[in-house]
Design a protein around this ligand. Structure first.
Ligand code: CA
Length: 532
């Protein structure tokens, strides 16, 4: 064990680093803890989630809350490698130690050890414990609620990428639609479809403000076919992307990194045309979601009006045509996690049908059911030990579908309160400790450049008040960060109520709308098991 003192910009803290191993195993896990100076300590322990395939490598996230906090290398050198880089020990062999460590185990141990250390360090038995994360960090938050529930007092989970098998394979779905329809739309046509949908559906929520606060009303009342014939224009552009595997460790990329394997330079010609029936057919199929060849639903999709990011095609200078571009987020999952081949993307979709995608989901579901799937719906140990869960999701998230969060909330409700016959009673019982909020117009773990809507700014303060002062939220505080209404505060509606603006005013109601909730409610008969 080594101890040293360090300091961030504002908070002096003590940095404690050590390694531990599991009895009977020849392993080593490194953990780092940051402990605030005693005068700043507010009897809190805090862990932050990471991002795609990553745990947080920063141990100082809790200092702003007067909390001790930590980070773990999870036994697979997670400070230097993302999990997808180590998931295979060789072709055909899953690294199960790393998989369980990343899935939920390393974070749980980080918290158990960190709580003991913190209580000892400050000589206190009184400690509130928190977890906060978004995207895979949201999945990590849910993993802690599901697997280590009794350890946490308050958990904030944003847009969790938690229904792992379905979620990750679904990143190939948009490409599969284009491949199946044998049509590769110009990106500018898809952008036009999204922007025209936003313009048409914005007023349906009662206020014209550039934001679809009610994607359900858009789904019920808007026909994408009405966009056929509208014109679009996009100027030529060159862009360089560092690729999904880039992990530069913060800061601007160096020259060497920018030229490293995985980076791509793409160019797009000027695009000038009108939206065709083929363009709309692609968008319609994507928003409808994956079904197998029997017509049975396999997964839900992004809300209508969400950006169609996964559907982006690429320009081929030699054939002068748009062609397939498989997102590496999905392609890498299929190669490494399903096919167990150490490649970072699929090279093509030859012989791949919608049934193939369902098969891939099925394989990944059973293989990772007790490690990565992260949809255990029985949260009894968390609930009975007094835990509070704040779950939020950008309604126009183009990466993790907003309905994915709704489906989990519904699963928890039916599994834990299925014996309560009154719907109102189960709602009251649930919101006492688990609340879900849709963030109108928001994208993946942030505001949306296409819709200038609100975004939550102080979730942890709300959670701390809920845990430590018993102040149960009834709405979620959010602020508009761009556009004409920048600075406007909106108290977001708690699911399953939905916002309805009172004309072009600054007030809205949170209404019950059964027909709308139906559009958010799915089952997945393409699988023989219940998908929570
Ligand atoms: Ca609106």
């Amino acid at each position: 064990m080594s101890m040293s003192s360090g300091s961030s910009t504002n908070y002096p803290y003590c940095n404690i680093t050590f390694t531990y191993s599991h009895t009977g195993k020849d392993d080593q896990v490194q953990v780092i803890y940051a402990l605030p100076q005693p005068s700043d300590f507010q009897n809190r322990f805090y862990t932050a989630g990471g991002g795609g395939y990553s745990l947080s490598s920063s141990a100082t996230g809790g200092l702003q809350y007067g909390a001790a906090s930590g980070a773990t290398d999870a036994g697979y050198d997670a400070f230097d490698y993302s999990y997808d880089e180590v998931v295979l020990t060789a072709n055909g062999s899953v690294n199960w130690e790393a998989t369980y460590a990343f899935g939920y185990k390393a974070l749980g141990e980080l918290t158990v050890i960190g709580k003991a250390l913190t209580k000892n360090f400050y000589s206190t038995q009184n400690l509130y414990t928190y977890f906060e994360g978004c995207s895979d960090g949201g999945r990590e938050a849910m993993s802690q609620v599901q697997r280590w529930g009794e350890e946490y007092d308050g958990v904030v989970a944003g847009a969790p990428a938690f229904r792992y098998a379905q979620q990750q394979v679904n990143h190939v779905f948009s490409s599969a639609v284009e491949h199946t329809l044998d049509y590769y739309p110009p990106p500018c046509a898809l952008a036009k479809i999204v922007n025209a949908t936003i313009a048409a559906c914005d007023p349906m929520d009662g206020r014209t403000d550039g934001v679809i606060s009610r994607t359900d009303l858009c789904m019920l009342n808007f026909n994408l076919s009405s966009i056929i014939g509208e014109s679009y224009y996009c100027a030529a552009e060159d862009s360089t992307s560092l690729g999904f595997g880039y992990s530069g460790g913060g800061g601007p990329p160096t020259k060497r990194q920018a030229g490293a394997q995985g980076s791509t330079t793409s160019s797009q010609p000027e695009q000038n045309g009108t939206v065709t029936a083929d363009d709309v057919a692609v968008a319609q199929a994507i928003y409808a979601g994956l079904h197998n060849s029997e017509g049975e639903r396999a997964y839900l999709s992004w809300q209508i009006g969400s950006e169609l990011s996964d559907a982006n095609t690429e320009w081929n200078n030699e054939t002068n045509a748009w062609e397939l571009s498989i997102p590496s987020t999905g392609g890498e999952f299929v190669t490494k996690f399903v096919q167990l081949v150490n490649e970072t993307n699929l090279t093509n979709l030859d012989n791949v049908t919608y049934d193939t995608l369902v098969d891939w989901m099925d394989i990944a579901y059973f293989r990772y059911l007790d490690s990565l799937q992260t949809t255990v719906p029985d949260l009894t140990s968390f609930q009975q030990s007094g835990g509070k869960l704040l779950h939020y999701h950008g309604e126009s998230d183009p990466s993790v579908p907003a309905a994915s969060s709704v489906h989990y909330w519904q699963s928890v409700r039916s599994v834990m309160y299925g014996n309560i016959t009154s719907s109102a009673d189960s709602l009251t019982a649930l919101k006492d400790w688990y609340q879900l909020y849709m963030v109108p117009g928001a994208a993946h773990c942030g505001a949306n450049s296409l819709q200038p809507g609100p975004y939550p700014q102080n979730n942890m303060e709300i959670m701390i008040d809920w845990v430590e002062k018993g102040l149960q939220p009834t709405a979620l505080n959010a602020t508009v960060s761009s556009g004409e209404r920048e600075g406007e505060t909106q108290m977001l509606c708690q699911w399953p109520t939905r916002p309805l603006w009172e004309g072009d005013s600054t007030t809205f109601s949170c209404v019950d709308d059964g027909t709308s909730i139906e559009t958010w409610t799915y089952d997945f008969p393409a699988f023989n098991v219940t998908i929570y």
